[in-house]
Design a binder for this molecule. Structure first.
Ligand SMILES: Nc1nc2c(ncn2[C@@H]2O[C@H](COP(=O)(O)OP(=O)(O)OP(=O)(O)O)[C@@H](O)[C@H]2O)c(=O)[nH]1
Ligand SMILES: [Mg+2]
Length: 300
């Protein structure tokens, strides 16, 4: 009976690199959000939908909350914090460590002020010994009145059902917001541009991928093949050379990786053409940021 079903919005918050996007993909059962070992992978919030017999959870994956070094960083922090006002519950993801630093304290204070139900999710428990988990819970349990504390491993499928049960118990009874086949409202075009950025993050070192933006120039389906053309923008001429690589080798690597991921997403063959261009210091230029889809107004 629909009376017994629950439905609501849940944001996934935390410092960069704690596994927010990995966890969301894992719950939805599809690779929708990009992930990487580098912090600040996610730049915009992404909405995905999980539906089961218990009801529906609309998840918001958010950028990691960090000390912003430029206008893009400020946009990212705002994109995360703003979601708190819009949801029924928050999942606060942390590393399995007893060290609670300034970043965690800032998040705790922000959540306390918002007065929203919070579930603490201790992720990456596959990286520590079992005996190391209770001290982590002990270290965190008094800093906020958590509704639940759930240890999980987003990578190894541990704790998923317990987490889902904890979330549903906090959601109001009600009808689902989306039909049961919906997994996201993000366009295929946006996801493909993110898949290209993901390969840049995974294959390039240091600061270079943080200054990259991707624009899809065209995306056309011809029978059973997608022809996609995209431009990778970077901040400096020297970066452009590195992205292209010797004889085009790096661009080829990025393109092949992105094509394979896009084929999984679109379930058809993909023909991907990439270009590289320079947009100097775009991460501090709000007009250029807007052109890449990072519009301050989204987070107001
Ligand atoms: N061992 C292990 N690694 C994990 C787990 N969850 C995520 N990771 C890894 O942690 C890294 C960061 O994961 P992301 O999902 O991109 O982290 P994020 O919190 O979304 O990061 P930002 O978008 O930068 O804020 C990736 O290399 C993941 O494979 C886990 O449960 N166990
Ligand atoms: Mg992420």
């Amino acid at each position: 009976m629909s009376q017994e079903k629950r439905a609501g919005f849940v944001t996934i918050l935390g410092r960069p690199n704690v596994g927010k996007s990995t966890l969301m993909n894992h719950i939805i059962g599809m690779k929708l959000a990009i992930t990487s070992r580098k912090p600040q992978t996610t730049r915009k919030r992404m909405q995905t939908v999980y539906t089961s017999d218990a009801g529906q959870i609309v998840f918001l994956d958010t950028p990691g909350i960090h000390k912003a070094a430029n206008a893009l960083g400020e946009y990212m922090d705002r994109a995360a914090v703003k979601t708190i006002e819009e949801v029924d519950a928050v999942l606060w993801l942390v590393e399995p460590s007893t060290y609670i630093g300034a970043g965690e304290k800032y998040i705790a204070e922000t959540l306390e002020k918002a007065n929203v139900p919070v579930i603490l999710v201790v992720n990456k428990i596959d990286t520590v010994k079992k005996a190391e988990i209770p001290p982590v819970i002990e270290a965190y349990k008094n800093i906020l009145p958590f509704k639940a504390i759930v240890p999980v491993s987003a990578k190894h499928s541990t704790g998923k059902q317990e987490l889902l049960d904890a979330i549903f118990s906090l959601l109001p009874y009600g009808e689902p917001f989306y039909d049961e086949d919906t997994v996201t409202d993000e366009s295929q075009r946006n996801i493909v541009s993110e898949l290209i950025r993901e390969q840049a993050l995974r294959n390039l070192s240091e600061e270079i991928p943080h200054g990259i933006a991707v624009e899809i120039e065209s995306m056309k389906n011809r029978g059973d093949i997608w022809n996609i053309e995209a431009t990778i923008y970077c901040e400096r001429n020297s970066h452009k050379g590195i992205i292209i690589g010797k004889g085009g080798s790096m661009l080829k690597k990025i393109g092949t990786g992105a094509r394979l991921e896009a084929e999984k997403l679109l379930e058809e063959h993909v023909n991907l053409k990439l270009w590289v261009k320079v947009r100097k210091d775009w991460r501090n230029d709000e007009k250029q940021m807007r052109m890449f889809g990072y519009n301050k107004k989204d987070n107001q």
